[in-house]
Write a protein that binds this ligand. Structure first.
Ligand code: IPM
Ligand code: MG
Length: 366
């Protein structure tokens, strides 16, 4: 088994380093190989996703990814910006199914911006289609407006589009995931306005016929955004398109206390996956030992479960994270009164210690 390690930019390097330490104490046998991606790769090779990095990702059994991006690249032409690396990896590896579980750990109910009773015990799964929609639709660009009230003026445009097979395959993934949980699926669309999402809704409804044991409901995205902060526990599995999924998964992250807690898995049809925290590169706190490494550590657990057939090791990591939270250690993003603030490294130390069965009173009380 080979894992491609792509730490990327900003806090990416620090948080991936902690995830590697955690993987290192598990006594599993796999090879790892690191490569540059994002701004770091642009600096070294003139491209955010160099051929060599792409080849490594293609050859590996799984990819562990940190984060990419920095404001200093915002003026580069789009094709050279760091974000193109993650978009290019998703597209070229065919990673169409993005799983973003939002779990509110018991110890973090007070870190959420919502009232504790609204989020206590929250456990939802957002399934985001990841290789279609307005993110990748062609044509796109800038031009002189050909018609309408502003004909002749400069304009920019993107294309929202989904084909039948793209919707069918993500719908199957979502119904199958719902089957393994509470058998409830909410499909989020904007069928009241958009042709693309009326088509989405029609096809999800068709596919539902093959999963009569799963209860399906449909919700407009604006309402879903509202319900997520009104009564989030009413949801179990949510399936939606690339753009709506991007937005709703950040919103759901805040329900759990911090986006620093949210792992993700992006899978292709063969079950190969890229694993990354749902948060970004946070250049403002990079290199300061402030970032929360737990989303990346939990992404490594998802990697063991989904791509490397090591469910027991995944369980061990997840319970080590629980233990560390129970011991009262918190990075700044999840800190609250009565807990002890630690940095990125010390949080990694604590997970490693918990995995080795060494979580001592000293670690607990500080
Ligand atoms: C995410 C990120 C990416 C996205 C960016 C970095 C391109 O926000 O993974 O949610 O929009 O998909
Ligand atoms: Mg996002």
């Amino acid at each position: 088994m080979k894992i491609a390690i792509l730490p990327g930019d900003g806090i990416g390097t620090e948080i991936v380093a902690q995830a590697l330490r955690v993987l290192g104490v598990l006594d599993l046998h796999f090879e790892t190989e690191q490569a540059l991606v994002g701004g770091a790769a642009y600096e070294a090779h003139g491209h955010p996703l160099p051929e060599s990095t792409l080849r490594l990702a293609q050859a590996a059994d799984a990819v562990l990814f940190g984060a990419v991006g920095d404001w200093k690249y915002d003026t580069l032409e789009r094709a050279l910006r760091p974000e193109q690396a993650i978009l290019g990896l998703r597209k070229s590896l065919g990673l169409f199914a993005n799983f973003r579980p939002a779990i509110c750990y018991e110890q973090l109910t007070h870190a959420s911006s919502l009232k504790p009773e609204l989020v206590a015990g929250l456990d939802i799964l957002i399934i985001r289609e990841l290789t279609g929609d307005i993110y990748f639709g062609q044509p796109r660009g800038r031009r002189e407006s050909p018609d309408g009230a502003f004909a002749g003026a400069e304009e920019a445009f993107d294309t929202m589009r989904y084909s039948r097979p793209e919707i069918e395959r993500i719908a199957h993934v979502a119904f199958q995931a719902a089957r393994k949980r509470s058998k409830r699926l909410t499909s989020v669309d904007k069928a009241n306005v958009l042709e693309t999402f009326q088509f989405w809704k029609d096809i999800v409804t068709e596919v539902h016929a093959q999963y009569p044991d799963v209860a399906l409901d449909h919700m407009y995205v604006d309402n879903a955004a509202m319900q997520l902060v009104r009564a989030p526990k009413k949801f179990d599995v949510i399936v939606t398109g690339n753009m709506f999924g991007d937005i709703l998964s950040d919103e759901a992250a805040m329900l759990t206390g911090s986006i620093g807690m949210l792992p993700s898995a992006s899978l292709n049809a063969a079950g190969k996956g890229l694993y990354e925290p749902s948060h970004g590169s946070a250049p403002d706190i990079a290199g300061k030992d402030l970032a929360n490494p737990l989303a990346t550590i939990l992404s490594a657990a998802m990697m063991l479960r989904y791509s490397l057939s090591q469910p027991a090791a995944a369980d061990r990591i997840e319970s080590a994270v629980q233990q560390v939270l129970a011991s009262g250690l918190r990075t700044p993003d999840i800190w609250s009164e009565g807990t002890r603030q630690v940095g990125t490294r010390e949080m990694g130390d604590a997970v490693v210690a918990a995995l080795s069965g060494n979580i001592t009173k000293k670690t607990i009380k500080g």
